[in-house]
Design a protein around this ligand. Sequence first.
Ligand code: MFK
Length: 555
Amino acid sequence: MQPYSTPYTSFIQTIPQLNNEYECDIFLRDYLKVYLPEEVLNEIEEDLYNFGNRVVEELPTWARDAEVNKPCLTHYDAWGNRIDEIKVSEGWKKLERVAAEEGLVAIGYERKYRQHSRLYQFVKLYLYTASSAIYTCPLAMTDGAARLIEVHGDDYLHREVYPRLTDRDPRRFITSGQWMTERTGGSDVSRSMTIAIEERGEYRLYGHKWFTSAITADVAFTLASTEQPAPGERARLSLFYLPIRNKEGKLNNIEVEALKDKLGTRALPTAQLRLCGARARMVGQKGKGVKTISTLFNITRIYNTISAVSYMRRAYALSAAYAGVREAFGKTITSHPLHRQTIRTMEIAYQSNALLAFLLARLLGREECKTATENEKALLRFLTPVAKLYTARQAIRYASEHIESFGGIGYLEDSGIPVMLRDVQVLSIWEGTTNVLALDMLRAAQKENGMEAFRQYVYHQLSQSASEPMYLYKEKIRQKADALFAFLDKKRDVQEAEKYARDLAFYIAELTIALQWLEFIERLQNPRATYMAALNYWLKTTLNEQLLDTADDIA
Ligand code: MFK
């Protein structure tokens, strides 16, 4: 008898399968029933259903192709001409094409469903991102660029650029980059050294950009000074628009020095560039570049939030699917109470974070359609950095849980599982690190009435009547809110505020999520018991007011 022909050696583990991502996401469907008018949901549901299929049937193969066939840069052609040609995979190109066709940027600007358009669009991005090899990055910058043009663009940009950024036809659709980072400064962009020299009515840019994401974009927005800052002074940066190539397809006096070798987001071509007199036009007011480009990066920060939640949802869905087919100790691992509990915490985490992300989508829709109150606008500004920093850290935590839930296979690159952890790590770095965003929350609090808007939002939510079973939860949330505002009333010193900004931001995110659970459950006709359980769990495991003070303890 052959010693190797036992039934055990021929065992092959069934691979877990994902089903239609929209249809299976009962929480998402409940959410849309609550927050979209019935006629809007009726109109868009078929599209969401079809897209829910595409993101599990077609896109993962393209994303895998993009991941394993990394972009490559060729500096010179055979004759010695400098060409700086970047080749990307077929998968990456298909992910762009589908993004245009599906209107992933366009929906937000067609505004067919008025203020609800942003929620519709961000739900599609939530379905797309985890299957996109993070093609969402160029989409985020493109959307931000479209919004920037809407708010600050001149006639030329409105006429020539905006329509193409928001086009659904892949032949006309173009994408934009956002180049802010230089060797001297990633978080502190005021250390930028790029100089803009005016020549016959246009600007020429000279300098160096250290990280430029999605360098295969067609256009970009970047920062430069029109005069050298005096020694020791901060640069007064202005914002510039530039096409990356000219009409002949040649680079616009730009040299691509290198593509970055990154931990994750490997499908995405990220370059370091030299600007050698790139032709550009100024956008917005001279010397107000950071303020002007904030219109763009406040959009990309919302994309970051949605993307984090997309990965969390995918981590949960795959881990749950695997738990259903993998057996250990005589039964499927989902039948083991401890593992089931772990999967359930992943489910609660994605749903809770989704509540925060979709709140931003709704507020953004209202702001853009001019139906937001002043308080809602200030709340959106305040919660954007809070949500970005919170969801990014949560995505990293749950991507790690996801790997562990697959055991050893989860640690193998060719299983396609580790890529999520490598990719989500960037979510807490680009578009502002956790600490920089915590400071941005303080900026919004101090300069744009953000904390007051938040306080009003919290107590407005708490003033709504609650049904009998929800009353106790509401009172618990009130206690947590009172603790926060009592702490803030004690700590009025702005300098001091910096050191506890991070813990504060986490607490504010968790409080907002608790309030969103309350509102969501209250609005459902027959709330599922799982939602009540999720809120209960959330209140027991987050919102630790003792953490608010720890900065003093360890100072
Ligand atoms: C999947 C999703 C993909 C997402 C796309 C990823 C693409 C990746 C591309 C990148 O990563 S690009 C690099 C991103 N870099 C950053 O996000 C920079 C992070 N650093 C900051 O955000 C700093 O806080 C900041 C650069 C803004 C600090 O600069 P300053 O010049 O020291 O800020 P200052 O003086 O406080 O603010 C200048 C003005 O801008 C002020 O207005 P005023 O001129 O009216 O006084 C501020 O109020 C305003 N401002 C700053 N941040 C703002 C803002 N206004 C609105 N919203 C904000 N967030």
